[in-house]
Design a protein around this ligand. Sequence first.
Ligand code: GLV
Length: 309
Amino acid sequence: MALVICRQDTKIEQWKKALKTAAPDMEVYSCLEDHPKEKVKMALVWKHRPGSLKQYSNLECIASSGAGVDFIFEDSEAPKNLPITRVIDPILAGDMAEHVMALVFAYLKNLNQYKLDQTQKNWNPRAYARIKDFTIGILGLGTLGSVLAKDLVHVGFRVQGWSQSQKSIRSVKAFCGKTGLDAFLATTDILVCLLPLTPNTKGILNKELLGKLPKGSYLINVARGGHLIDKELLAALDTNHLKGAALDVFHEEPLGEGHPFWSHPKVHISPHCASVSDTDSVVPQIVENYRNLMSGKLLQNIVSMDRGY
Ligand code: GLV
């Protein structure tokens, strides 16, 4: 039995080394090297080349090396009916919470505007906000959203969250389902999207949803570019309905050179870096699932095919 690492970035060797260090007995290959395809039962993937998994006829499990699995479902040629696993990792969730918190504080204290002012040597003190001034609403209270919610509560923010099914987190006002969404949006000043990308959530950050936020609110999207209708966000910013947006994820990554987000004064951009799987932290769960697969045991962190996450 062997595992193949399939991705198109430069991190294959890093993952291979981490896996071999943690489990020297494991047979691990890069998709870029010659390898015995028939021995591969597990594929560790991150934005792999669509169609590339069908060459493994004995594949038994597709493991995402991140929290998201949307790119696996989007690969129409990926083998069907195999278990898909994803990463559930406290370090990944903690990194996401830290990143969102940095964006929230930059917004409260006008740090992005001061950066712009600096490029023009413009000395312009602005009124700042305080923690007590805002209610932060988190779309998605899953493994990432719930950690963020707890951390924000800990710092003193008013926090509320929306999810498909009712969740209960101490000191977090929980809304759920279609009926809860409007009330959640109407009382949210900073909206953070941490939903999984599925057919149900694709394009959810659209004109209608943004229009239900109070005037002057702020959007943070650290989930997937596919959640957002770019043009409708631009319209909400240009009509001053929204005060600004911080975006870490985009339909096309890297973001195309001509995209209006690059030069929009109300948009803060980061290059899909909010929270990146740490090999040392994630490798043990991959090794555990490899061993589970080898011995016919139940896999950890299996994705529900119905829910798509
Ligand atoms: C990052 O985007 C992830 O899904 O882990």
